[in-house]
Design a protein around this ligand. Structure first.
Ligand SMILES: *Cc1c(COP(=O)(O)O)cnc(C)c1O
Length: 468
């Protein structure tokens, strides 16, 4: 399996190269050179497999020879064995034909665990074979740092340092990170805000000697391996509801476009996905694009669904590349213009093609609370604010009279956003019992000033201690 860059200037790579590189050298994102595709009979044969087994079979199509099938099966079994539900990604029916695909039963209660639990193991496996180590550094406003920490904890070839802004995350968010006491995990509370943390991480990557010396890496959603690891749950849910013999629609709460891209991928691989709904909050660049071909950046506004508070959706480039006939030069030019002017010029034909499949929807904070309340009253279902954008979008854009099942990606556990859920329903969702002692666990983190030399020294010291 080979991968090409969406901007057409970087040399093709195999899966291992793509996993370790993240971004392509020409600034583009890696996509499969040719998409694996399954016949209806091949899809039917996968129906009913336990989730870890299905995941291993589908991810193998993208991994190629980089990892032996027996190793990948073991990694999937380990990654998903720790989930808090025997089905890994169970579905709850919340309407006559509407289903919530619960992707939040992993260690940090959000969908990113599904990909990252496997990604940490893939990194470790490949690095061990090469006799190499890497250092992951990241900044978090609270929400995504814990998924990266849980993915990397105790992995032999990885050190991870996560910066969070001192006293500016919720206590649950901080504790989900700082109570991981593994030797290869370091948490730093920076005296500053989230932007300060993010600037420090950028500065570390821009410091070429430091970056090379420490073998800095990131686990963000532009890494193709993350997309590959999200494809199986869309296949799993569609197969369970009758695909390939019955079409389905997906509604996906969207920020960086990574999760909905994986839903698009199963269609590319031959499953009958009739409609893809892109649900957003008031940060509605994708809704504006899909309704009037207006892909223009606006400042990010905070909302009740913080993981969808984005100005741009980086993974959109992968779908654009396809809609432009896989023309790397055209994709690169559009992305370049976007960066320079803040508006992406998308040719009308490509826009029309995307609009035939993707439907955009954005939900206000008031609408989010109303939707959480409606789901609770009508279906007895507690949804988090991100999931609520997906269910509200599904009700409007894939109505029951469409006649096909609609699968909504439920991306976070309601207990992760208890304040919004309580405002909407009067109920405060408790943490699952496996996390119930979070407030009693011991914490470990360092408080450091927002100074690049100090932070770099801390990252270096941490990595050296573990390599020894
Ligand atoms: C990250 C995240 C999203 C957005 O996913 P993308 O892949 O960035 O589109 C939605 N909901 C939750 C809870 C998340 O953590």
């Amino acid at each position: 399996m080979r991968y090409i860059s969406t901007r057409g200037q970087a040399a093709p790579r195999d899966f291992e190269g793509v996993l370790l590189a993240g971004l392509a050298e020409d600034g583009g994102l890696f996509v499969p050179e040719t998409w694996p595709s399954l016949s209806p009979a091949e899809w039917r044969a996968l129906r009913g497999l336990p989730y870890p087994e299905l995941a291993a079979r589908l991810v193998q199509l993208f991994v190629g020879d980089a990892v032996a099938p027996a190793d990948l099966r073991r990694m999937c079994a380990e990654a998903y064995g720790g989930f808090g539900h025997p089905a890994t990604v169970p579905m709850s029916q919340i309407g006559p034909r509407t289903f919530a695909l619960e992707l939040f039963h992993g260690p940090t209660l959000a969908f990113k665990d599904v990909a990252l639990q496997l990604l940490g193991r893939l990194f470790d496996h490949v690095l061990a074979r090469r006799g190499e180590r890497i250092t992951i550094v990241g900044a978090t406003s609270g929400d995504t740092g814990s998924a990266a920490i849980e993915a990397c904890r105790d992995r032999a070839a990885i050190d991870i340092t996560i910066l969070h802004p001192l006293n500016r995350t919720s206590e649950v968010q901080r504790r989900q990170m700082t109570t991981v006491l593994s030797a290869n995990v370091r948490n730093i509370a920076v005296e500053g805000d989230f932007d300060t943390c993010q600037d420090l991480v950028k500065a570390m990557f821009a410091d070429a000697p430091f970056r090379t010396d420490m073998r800095l890496a990131a686990v963000n959603s532009i890494n193709w391996a993350r997309i590959a690891a999200q494809i199986p749950y869309y296949a799993f849910s569609a197969l369970a509801l009758g695909a390939p013999d019955r079409p389905v629609a997906f509604s996906v709460p969207t920020g960086n476009f990574g999760n909905v891209l994986a839903a698009w991928a199963v269609r590319r691989m031959g499953l009958p996905v009739e409609r893809l709904i892109v649900a957003s909050n008031r940060n509605d660049i994708l809704t504006r694009f899909l309704s009037e071909n207006d892909m223009s950046m606006r400042p990010v506004e905070p909302s009740l669904s913080p993981s969808m508070d984005i100005a741009v959706s980086s993974n959109f480039e992968r779908v654009l590349h396809d809609a432009l006939g896989r023309d790397g030069a055209a994709t690169g030019a559009a992305m370049q213009a976007f960066r320079q002017t803040g508006t992406m010029p998308v040719p009308p034909a490509a826009w029309a093609e995307m609009r035939g499949l993707f439907h955009g929807f954005s939900l206000s904070d008031a609408g989010t609370l109303a939707e959480i309340g409606r789901l609770w009253r009508e279906a007895g279902y507690l949804a988090d604010p991100h999931t609520a954008a997906g269910t509200a979008a599904a009700a409007l854009l894939a109505p029951e009279d469409l006649g096909i099942p609609v699968i909504v990606a439920a991306t976070a556990h309601p207990a992760k956003f208890p304040d919004a859920v309580e405002r909407a329903t009067g109920l405060r969702p408790p943490l699952p019992t496996r996390l119930g002692d979070l407030y009693q666990r011991q914490e470990r983190f360092d408080v450091l000033p927002a100074d690049l030399a100090t932070i770099e020294a801390a990252v270096r010291g941490h990595a050296l201690r573990n390599a020894a």
